[in-house]
Write a protein that binds this ligand. Structure first.
Ligand code: NAI
Length: 304
């Protein structure tokens, strides 16, 4: 039996990129899909369009699947409630929510405007809350449900010029972990994926220096559909014992991403002074510092 037979999935931002591939894979796995997308530009500025979502729906139907479209924004509570209502109106239930919709407003920190900060937090962090919160009611009532949220190594590891996006994406990890804890009693699971894909979101990455060009060439090989199998698995009953976790999908690799935990401790029975911290604690702790530079991090861009 296909892995998601009989289930109803909402995929936000499913008009293109990773969201479209997840929607297609979920439909192929037997789910009925709500294709949510406002057809936004990369920055979320300007007019939206129903066309991207309609195209995803058409592909699902060509392949024998079932889908409806929804053009409500995730970034507003009433509108997020309509997204969840559209699943219940069309298919009578909802089993899976994939929080994937996203925008970017990259800016080096000292120039980042409050508007650039808020717009990105609104879609990624507030949007993931609104849609999850709206689905929490039917999930609780039926005693089951699965959330899959898209986080990013920009939040987990760090990245230049993305304070808004990185803060939102690490916030999504904390949101997912809290949902997993709070809703376990109702049979509801919640997990995160940090995807990698050549999409319009990554196609603006600078490729000026030879090092940047090499990185972009690697990223180009990481097509959006490479992220879909993990999303389908996490949404399925086969993942019944998987909750509160953070994964990364990078081409053909799946990583379990370490969560913040003590890497090393320094203890002194009599307590510390600032001077003693400098002299005794720091030398031991410093050896475990993670590099600030993303390319020097253990989680490098090199494909394996
Ligand atoms: P994309 O830009 O191709 O797709 C995002 C979709 O979200 C678009 O179709 C857009 O119209 C939609 N959207 C934007 N605002 C919306 C709103 N308020 N309500 C409903 N839909 C809205 O981006 P991509 O690359 O497919 O990214 C998908 C997710 O994966 C995002 O959450 C992104 O942050 C995350 N991600 C992507 C990475 C990559 O390598 N492409 C890396 C790490 C994370």
């Amino acid at each position: 039996m296909p892995m998601l037979e009989g289930k109803v999935a909402i995929v936000t931002g499913a008009g293109g990129g990773i969201g479209r591939e997840i929607a297609l894979a979920m439909a192929l796995a037997g789910a009925k899909v709500v294709v949510n997308d406002i057809g936004a530009s990369l920055t979320g500025l300007g007019e939206g369009s129903a066309t991207p979502g309609e195209q995803t729906k058409a592909i699902i139907e060509q392949r024998g699947g079932q889908a409806v479209t929804n053009t409500d924004s995730v970034a507003d509570w009433e509108s997020a409630r309509r997204i969840v209502a559209s699943a219940i109106d069309a298919f009578g239930r909802v089993d899976i929510v994939v929080n994937n919709a996203g925008i970017l407003r990259d800016q080096i920190f000292h120039k980042m405007t409050p508007e650039e900060w808020r717009a990105v937090i609104d879609v990624h962090l507030n949007g993931s809350f609104y849609v999850s919160r709206a689905a929490a009611e039917p999930f609780r009532a039926q005693g089951s449900g699965a959330f899959v949220h898209m986080t990013s190594t920009s939040g987990l590891v760090g990245n230049f010029g993305q304070a808004n996006y990185a803060a939102a994406k690490l916030g999504v990890v904390a949101l997912s972990k809290s949902i997993a804890l709070d809703m376990q009693r109702f049979g509801v699971r919640s997990n995160c994926i940090a995807p990698f894909a050549w999409s319009r979101m990554t196609s603006s990455i600078p490729a000026e220096t030879p090092e940047q060009q090499a990185r972009v060439e690697k990223l180009k090989r990481m097509t959006p559909e490479k992220n879909a199998p993990l999303a389908v698995f996490l949404a399925s009953d086969a993942a019944a014992d998987v909750t509160g976790q953070v994964f990364a999908a990078r081409n053909n690799e799946i990583f379990l991403m370490s969560q913040p935990r003590p890497l090393r401790s320094a203890h002194r029975g009599e307590g510390w002074t600032p001077e003693l911290i400098a002299e005794h604690a720091m030398p031991a702790l410093r050896a475990q510092f993670l590099p600030l530079d993303r390319s020097a991090d253990v989680f490098s861009w090199d494909p394996v």
